[in-house]
Ligand binder design. Sequence first.
Ligand code: ADP
Ligand code: MG
Length: 684
Amino acid sequence: MTTANISKTTLAKLAKLGIHNRFDLVLHLPLRYEDETQLQRIADLTPGMSAQVEGEIIHSEIVYRPRRTLICQVQDDSGVLHLRFMHFYPSQQKQLAMGRKIRALGEARMGYFGMEMVHPKCRVTGDDTPLKQALTPVYPTTAGLPQAILSKQIQSALSELELSDTLPLALLDRLKLPGFADSVKLLHNPSPEIAGEALAERTHPAWLRVKFDELLAQQLSMRLHYRKRRGRIAPRLPAHGRYTQQLLQALPFRLTHAQQKALREISLNLDQTHPMQRLLQGDVGSGKTIVAALAALQAMENGYQVALMSPTEILAEQHYLKLSAWLVPLGIAPVWLSGSLKKKDKQAAAERIAQGETQLAIGTHALFQEQVEFQKLGLVIVDEQHKFGVQQRLALRGKGLAEALAPGGCGEPHQLMMSATPIPRTLAMSYYADLDVSVIDELPPGRTPIITKLVSDARREEVFARVRNACLAGQQAYWVCPLIDESETLELQTVIETHQALRAAFPELNVGLVHGRLDSAEKARVMAAFQAGEVQLLVATTVIEVGVDVPNAGMMVIEHAERMGLAQLHQLRGRVGRGAAHSMCVLLFQQPLSELARARLKIIYENTDGFEIAQHDLRLRGPGELLGARQSGVPMLRFADVSEDVALLNGARAVADEMLRDFPEAAQAHLQRWMANRHDYLHA
Ligand code: ADP
Ligand code: MG
């Protein structure tokens, strides 16, 4: 930034807004616009209307009750309007003296004495002060940085910088987008004839151009990453069918078409000499595990090792049991590795992995943190990828993981990530543009739909009766207690008390308890007993949210459903409805419900399709929260909105590939412009 005419304090304030150079100023676009181009008659004001009025101050005083407030009355030839200022400077009070002619701009509302404006923007005017010709931009700012100064800096940056276009003309013509320089100039200085609505709603072509450029930069960055990976070396692992055919024949079911398609896509990737990075998406219960097992077998057929990691021990253990049942008959014994193993056992397991004695290692991410080195790692499978923290996830996508696990070995391993958080397609396109994505969009046949019931906590006795009947009829049930007040201790207390209460209520049933604080042997014991049907009712914290698969469990009760997010409710509910029996999910809620909670419960009640639920969730919460990125500081889009700007996103995706192929220099210039000071979107 040229600092010649900007004070140090202003520079510091600008930095606070993320403005570090003149181009940042150009991209500091208005939050909204004020209309000072026309005057309203005071008599025509209606509550909620934003308007500018002009009149004479006929009354001005400071009142002290209930608190110090400056109150004025402005009169035009149609009526009187009250102005109120709770915060004001002495200079403002002077400005608003009796007899002055002023213009006030603000939102009208119905006050105690009639129509009023609170903290309107006021200007003293003469008899022939002209009205503004165009809308006035209002910028996002920070305390102590007035609009006027910000606006002046932006205007000078606009006039000094040469704003070349980074998009080739041929593309611009085809996309029917206006030039970049014209667009930003227009947004900072809209001309009088421009419809205020198109500016406010950000549907004006100038806005579209800026949003497109932002999305394009994001896509370019991620596609470049994708391409770079293609330049790296991975072992070629063609399908021989030796193991996979055996397993397919031994299965009691046939793969669904969606599973077959996903498997084909994975299989082709494994047969290439660059590392696969594929995300396998499929709703809860869609059968991702068997696809992963078959992919693992393809790697093993080629003499390579496979690592399968899960976010929780319960899930890792389940995978271990399930895959052992499938693979031991083929002569493959997986090794089980978790953070809570005794040191000696961990070392023994690590030894077997390092020596290449075991072909498949299953465990939690402790498996990777403890620096296990594989002898010949060909494939890494990450289950329930969304459950890993954002930082971990970024590390998983990067080269780091591969290098840590297979140092200097035989090329980089292929990676398969699985997720049941159904990310809406647009969001996936935007944030997973560096991945290949397979989707299992079909559930295995024979599932009966889950009946969802919303029941007020006041009627929990009725729920007891249902649970008892279901269990006595041979079904099994979960009773889930969620995290309360973000406190683990309280959570523990609630789940333990609930367990005691249910045990007392159902003396004829075997009631188990599982939560995150149990040691893993105990957890495993309870889960095994539940799996075997010895425990009929399992009281659990949300540790069972991911992946747990007990087909005979046909009923679930969720306490305090009003406190849970949509994704979590959907995941939990997905634990039932896995067998053919009728299944039911009871959502217990406590009154009063907040508006958001009510909206969530309505959505989960009305929808069973994970993708639809995610789409609603996106609308309710925005992409930042949905992806869990807000806390992690991953930069999100500033102007574009992936749930609204779908067409632009589609265009940007296609144009990114085309630019990298046909206009590499323009692509570089574009990235330079948008990413110069920004962290790489996901690969920081
Ligand atoms: P998720 O995608 O949630 O991980 P799982 O892999 O745990 O789902 O599969 C859910 C259940 O469906 C398991 O019991 C699994 O064995 C079974 N399953 C998977 N594929 C099929 C299929 N094609 N036909 C019938 N059952 C299947
Ligand atoms: Mg699963």
